[in-house]
Design a protein around this ligand. Structure first.
Ligand code: PHE
Length: 455
């Protein structure tokens, strides 16, 4: 049997977790959600969700992982051995959710990687209007011959790294990827802020100009989960590779601070750039692909920055897909005694063949194949995973902590090694785990479900 992996120290763990958290969710999704949901009010709602639900759930997941030293499926069983309720099903659901997310996340990652190659080839220099850029995006993403090779490349890179194990594969690659990313992003943000549109970007992002809708509230929580990589077992799995004495509160705060910082930096960079070029944040979700390519060639060093920008996005996506693949792999290695190599390659191949291909073909050949609640397979999988499954699993996690594991042992596990966490009164933990988190999660689940049922 293979020896269970572990991070060399808390720094390695933080790098890997930040790598998982920072991704397309922070750089691509956060800016457009802010734009779509009224700017500063959404930013405030998002920060509240991160503080009230994000941090407690993150701490709970890390504590479950570290205390059980087990994969997501085994962890629930180990910590509540006598429980009649099948809590480990939540672990099973988390494993499936990771395979789902992997399937559509690699499609967007493939587009990003493809755009980096198009930037190198100079394709964007021929674009004159956003309408042309939109057309280019539609024709490229509709072509299986363009998308599939990049998607295969992405799956292969992910499997290769995960097959090399926790220390040599995950930790080492994040050690190299994360600092490069930080420097690139900081540079882009400073540049975006200094451009003529920089101050307009700040106003757009931070000055309240509308009211928050129910949908905005639901999106804020969904984004907090997706962005922090919680609600799908990633943090339970990474926490299980941590040694007992590490300070969980400090680790969680580092993850949240870095992740939030990256979200804000990229929003400033993207909007600063966009406003400077006279662009409008319309159809926000397509900003990165449909708008930016028109603007890059018009500025000094544009081609270079375009390659850099899409390269950066691809790198962040890779650290995220690594963490997604690690969840099923750690289950197969721990519980089914597979070798790491076999687990990594088999899961990646299965996710690609059965789910990844239909996702990749959704904008093109399968565009009219909308059996799934009038959505393409890609949209369906994305919505169900990020707006429903993540919330269900996070809810199960808080209930598990409150009911099955017990607040007292959970609090002990969380506060171990952290005097600051120990100073938080037990009643605050109780309130957060028993009332605030479940209530907010149920609220957003209902909001998400009604949105789904609407025609
Ligand atoms: N947190 C990642 C992002 O912001 C996405 C992700 C979700 C990664 C779930 C791992 C697990 O893009």
């Amino acid at each position: 049997m293979e020896k269970r992996g572990s991070f060399s120290n808390v720094r390695g763990f933080i790098l890997a977790s930040v790598g998982s958290a920072v991704g397309l969710g922070s750089i691509w999704r956060f800016p457009y959600l802010v734009g779509d949901n009224g700017g500063a009010v959404f930013v405030a709602a998002y920060l509240c969700m991160v503080l009230l639900v994000g941090i407690p759930v993150l701490l709970a997941e890390l504590a479950i992982g570290r205390s059980s030293q087990s994969n997501v499926y085994g962890a629930f069983r180990k910590l509540a051995p006598g429980s009649k309720f099948p809590w480990h099903w939540a672990g099973g659901l988390a494993i499936i959710t990771c395979v789902f997310i992997l399937a559509f996340y690699t499609v967007v990652s493939a587009w990003v990687t493809g755009y980096m190659f198009e930037a190198i080839r100079g394709t964007f220099s021929k674009l004159e209007t956003p309408a042309q850029a939109a057309k280019l995006f539609e024709s490229l993403t509709a072509s299986p011959r363009w998308v599939l090779p990049f998607q295969v490349l992405f799956f292969a890179a992910t499997a290769l790294i995960v097959a090399h194990g926790v220390k040599k594969g995950i930790e080492r690659s994040c050690e190299i990827l994360m600092p490069i990313l930080g420097v690139l992003l900081l540079g882009l943000a400073i540049w975006g802020a200094l451009l003529p549109g920089g101050s307009e970007a700040f106003t757009y992002l931070f000055k309240p100009n509308s009211q928050l809708t129910t949908r905005g509230l639901a999106e804020a929580l969904g984004q907090a989960f997706f962005n922090l990589s919680i609600g799908m077992g990633v943090m339970i799995t990474y926490g299980s590779y941590l040694k007992k004495e590490e300070n969980l509160l400090r680790a969680s705060i580092s993850i949240v601070v870095f992740d939030t910082l990256v979200s804000f930096l990229s929003a400033i960079a993207i909007f600063g750039l966009l406003f400077s070029m006279g662009g409008k944040p319309v159809g926000g979700s397509d900003l990165v692909f449909k708008v930016l390519p028109v603007f890059f060639p018009r500025m000094w060093g544009g081609q270079f920055f375009a390659v850099l920008f899409f390269g950066l996005l691809a790198l962040t996506a890779l650290a995220a897909t690594i963490s997604l693949l690690e969840v099923p792999v750690s289950y197969l290695v721990d519980e089914r005694k597979w070798t790491r190599k076999k687990a990594a390659w088999t899961t990646a191949a299965a996710s690609f063949l059965f789910l990844g291909i239909p996702c990749a073909l959704s904008p093109g050949p399968l565009a009219n194949f909308t059996w799934f609640f009038r959505q393409t397979f890609f949209d369906f999988l994305m919505f169900v995973s990020s707006n429903i499954l993540l919330s269900v699993i996070a809810l199960a996690t808080t209930l598990f902590v409150g009911v099955a594991w017990g607040l007292r042992p959970a609090r002990k596990a969380i506060t171990e090694g952290s005097s600051a966490a120990a100073a938080v009164p037990a009643v605050v933990w109780k309130l957060l785990i028993w009332v605030v988190c479940p209530a907010l999660i149920v609220l957003t689940l209902v909001a998400a479900a009604t949105q789904y049922i609407q025609p």
